[in-house]
Every structure is written in C-alpha cells, then in structure tokens.
Ligand binder design. Sequence first.
Ligand code: PRX
Length: 649
Amino acid sequence: MTDPAIRSVLKEDRLFPAPADFVTRARIHSRDAYDARRAQALASPEAHWAEIACELHWYRMWDRVLDWKPPHARWFGGATTNLAFNCLDRHLHTARRHKAALVWEGEPGDVRTMTYAQLHREVCLFAGALEGLGVRKGDRVAIYMGMVPEAAVAMLACARIGAVHSVVFGGFAAEALRDRINDAGAKVVITQDASWRRGKEVPLKVNVDRALEETPSVEHVVVLRRTGAAITRVAGRDHDFHELLASAKPRTEPEQLDAEHPLFILYTSGTTGKPKGVVHTTGGYMVGVFASTRDVFDLREEDLHFCTADIGWVTGHSYVVYGPLLNGATSLMYEGAPDHPDQARLWSIIERHGASILYTAPTAIRAFMKWGDHLPARHDLSSLRLLGTVGEPINPEAWTWYHRTIGGGRCPVVDTWWQTETGAIMIAPMPAVVPQKPGSATLPLPGIDVSVVRHDGTECGPNEGGLLLVNRPWPSMLRTVWGDDARYVEQYWARFPGRYLTGDGARRDEDGYLWLMGRIDDVVNVAGHRLGTAEVESALVSHPAVAEAAVVARPDELKGEALVAFVTLKTGHDATDVLKTTLADHVAQEIGKFAKPDVIRFAAALPKTRSGKIMRRLLREVAQGKQTTGDTTTLEDLNVLATLRSDDE
Ligand code: PRX
C-alpha cells in the first residue's frame, strides 16, 4: 500500500552530466570504477570503511571494524585516536603547515586568516585553558556562539581533551539554551558578548546570564569579546577568552581517545516536544566526514570551501569545521547574514576570496533567486567549480537557476541528503561520474545501503513512494540519544528491526536515483531549520492564555514550509490580534525567532478523533485552504471542521 502522503508528483527527467574538463581533473572520474567501488563496498562494507580509516591517524588500530548488536553499533572497537590531531597536527609536518585552515569574514567586513599552525597553537592553548577550568575527558561543554573562528577553536579544543561539545545555535533563546545545558549537564559554557546579525547585536551573553539562573551544572563561562557590547561579569564564574589564552599552559599532547568516545551532542527536533541530544562518537564520525567531504566535493588541495551553514547545525560541524580540516583544505567561514549590507553579500565574498566550492541550502537559493539575477551578475564568480545543496528537497527551478546563474553552467550541483543523525552525507552524486537530475540527490555513497519500502517493509517498485531506510550501520551514525537510549531505540529502530528509519519519504526512479520527498512525521523544515511541530505547540501552551495548540506546516515558496498554529484559548482570554503577536513573541522567547508561527488562528475547538488525538491531516488541509479529503469518520464533531473552515472566509 502506498501512503497518499508520500505520493510523488514530481516529474523531472533532464540529465546534467559534468563538463568534460571537470571530469578530466576529478578525483573520481570513471563511472565504471565508481560503480565497481560501490558494488565492492556493498559486498564488504567493513573492508571499505577500514580502507578509508587507514588514511587517518590512530594511536592504536582497531580489533574489529564493526561490532553490531542491533540497534547498537561500535565502530573501530579497541582503536584509539584523536580528532583534533587528525584535523591539525597531522598536517603540521607537511606543506600544509602554513596553509590557511580558516579564512573568515566578519559581518562588518573584517577578515582573518588562520593557518594550520596558527589554529593548532590556539587550539592547544584553549584546550589547556579548559583543563585549567577543571574540564576533563567526558565532561560536557556548551558552545553558544556566532560564526567566529573561536567557535571552531572551542570545538577542536574539546575534541583534543575528550570533552564532549554541545553547540547550541546562537539563534536559540535563553530558555532553549537552558534546557540544552541542563539535558547535557554542561560544566562550562563558551559564548561571546554578542554576535553580529544584519548590523545589529545579538545579545548572547545576556541570554547566557538568563539561562544560567537555572543551570546548576555550570561552573564556568568563557566569554569572547566580539562586538564590544556591555556585559556583566560574574566574578569567579566568568572568564575572558583572550585573558584565559594568555595565561594558559598549552595542551600539546592530544588525549588518546577510544574510537567510541563521545565527540559531541547536537540537539535536534523530533516528533515530541523535547529536543533530542544526538550523540556522535570520535572514530566513526571522523571516517564518515573525512571521506564524504573529499569525494562529494571532489576536494583539491587548492580549493576554498565555502559552506554557509551555521556551526550550530550539523552541516556546520561536518562541512565547515571537521570535514575540510580533516582533509587539509581551506574552509571559508562567514559570520553574518547573506543580505547585509546588501543582497549581493555572498557573491562579493566569493569574488573577494575566490571561493571554489559553495555549499548552501535551497531556502537560501530561493531567496537569491527572488533578489534577482543582476546581483550575482555584478560579481566575478568564475572561481566557483562546484555547487552543493542540503537541508530540504530542492525544487527543479531553484536547482537550474543555481546551476546556470551561480555556476555559469560549468559547475556540477551536488544535492546532498543526510541528517543530524547520520553525521555525514549519505546520498549525493559523485560530481564527475553521476549525471545530475534537478531535484534528485541521486545515489547513496559507497558503503551506504538504503531502501525505499512500503509500510510492511517490502521494497517499493520504481517510482513508488515509500519510507527511506538505511539497511545497515555506517560509521558516522548516531550512537544514542543523550540520556535516553530508549528513545533512540524506539524512534529509529523499533519499526523495522535492524534497519534505520530516516523519517523521510522517498522514491527511486528507473535509473536508481533517489528523490527525497520530505518528512513523513511531524517534523517540518522552515527556512532550513528542522523543527518539531510539537516543540512549537508546547511553547504555545506554556503561555497562560492558551488551552490547546496544534501546529502544522503548509508549503511556502521561499521557506519551504511555513508554520500555521491553531490555538484554543482558556476562558477569560479574548482572541485578539494583540494576543496573536504576544503568542508569536512568546514562541520566539521560548525557542527562538526562527520558530515563530507564520499564521496563528484562534479556534473554538480542534478537530479530534474519538480517542482524543488531534487530526493533523485535517488541519493541514485547512491550513492549505484545501477541501477535506479522506476519512473523517473518526472525527468527534464535524462542526469543529465546519467552524475552522468558515473562519477562513
Ligand atoms: O527531511 C530531510 C531534510 O532534512 C532532514 C534533516 O535535517 P537536519 O537533521 O536538520 O539536517 C540538515 C542537514 C543535513 C532530513 O530528514 N533534508 C536534508 N537534506 C536533504 C533533505 N531533504 C531533501 N533533500 C536533501 N538534500
């Protein structure tokens, strides 16, 4: 049976092979060889991953590549390594020693370059500073910063000493930060006075101060001075980043860590109101991120890799920081908004620095399209040779615009499918050898085994929409949900034992290309931010005026999806526009501005089944202005629906 929710309507059969000169120079340039490698990797995945792992540095080699006791995997068991060593020290005795590791542009226009040697030095010093604050292997450190080089320094310093970092996106509000700090039990918070966003200061330290009113685990706060904003400093607790560095004893010897030592926790949205702390470990994550960066971006020594993602999200972890550095590449990091001081900012950055790879999100590409072709046309983008997208399905119009207008028709576009949980890219074209179809992420990477299945687990036929599963473990997979292994088991592995449930719908076409069709659960994708509708609902009901709330998504041209909230009020509260604004602001305060519903609608009641479950399918149809289709026999009171509709007029 095909789920009508994942029936595919997209028909797109144009094929874009890479230009001949791209193919000639590419790392992977023979389709036959690539197919052979994929076949071999499927036949013996452990040998495939071990071969890649051998290119990295290990203090002690593994006893077993994989120990799989479904759904718990241990990769490279018995081995010890250090990710920061592999990102930094490994390059110091090569010609990369004085090569730029990071090229950073601040929003006001300031530019900084850090070579591998300089970054190494700073990381060793900061690692020493953290130790000076009492941080030990296994302790959790929260990083709540903007896009500044010191955020990368902080992550690498944690990795060096075996502290587990939890980066919290700087767009989250104090309450969301507090919850993440408490869930992880973080001992130290690293932040900055404020960060720049569209010329305004985002008061990060103020948010930290508020969050810390209710975070008993935090002993120290490290504050980077970035904007010069006035801050309060709590004696004994708060420390200045640069003062700490100046007095720190550098930690030159990296900690030799078990391959399965937790590297980081990253909170992501699920179907319940409580964000889950996705746990990644050291060795497997390193191997997956190293290989995917090199192969999917066809990385060359001379590349300047520009990934626009914030390091508060997994894309920033894997493809701003760890992936490029593991490969000895140069990562370009931009601090601010893409439309500041004008909407040509990214194009001017690419021109000024000569970026050769651009990796961004469809929501950004659609905004660039809207802003107009004249903006990129004013800049020399000829340094670009490869483009990438991630985060949501890309509509073919945006794909072809990106290919033609930004890539000048000469740059392959790699549409990369993956998730916070997968750690690294799972499905993407090898740019030189897999011709692209606009809107398709194409084929799984070598060693990645996926299926599209029906609800009963049987394989779908060509072009039949179904659930995307990963059939076997892969090195960069999440290992658990922090503090809640039962949720890990239940969420990802219970429905199809031994196979990982991605939560996405997909179809495979007659060429074996995969077309991702979005989430099949109550997780939505608003302007590239993954959000659980339940999180927004619980923020809404935490307001004293709200009795009940249901949040659904409707398609949005620019943002991918927009949030529509249906709210019933407690008696004594009036349904006014002022209250709508108050509720939207309340969500911004609880979660962050990006989670504000686009539309709030007051309702006398919400449509429910007889067992009391909110019928979201009906609300989705109402939100989209559609006629109700399908079954309403379980609906408790048909009048509710009629009222909701008449509210529309
Ligand atoms: O629905 C898929 C969508 O983003 C989800 C993962 O979100 P997050 O964990 O925040 O990570 C985003 C960056 C890796 C997926 O379940 N998604 C991601 N990439 C694509 C995509 N949907 C379609 N095509 C993609 N290339």
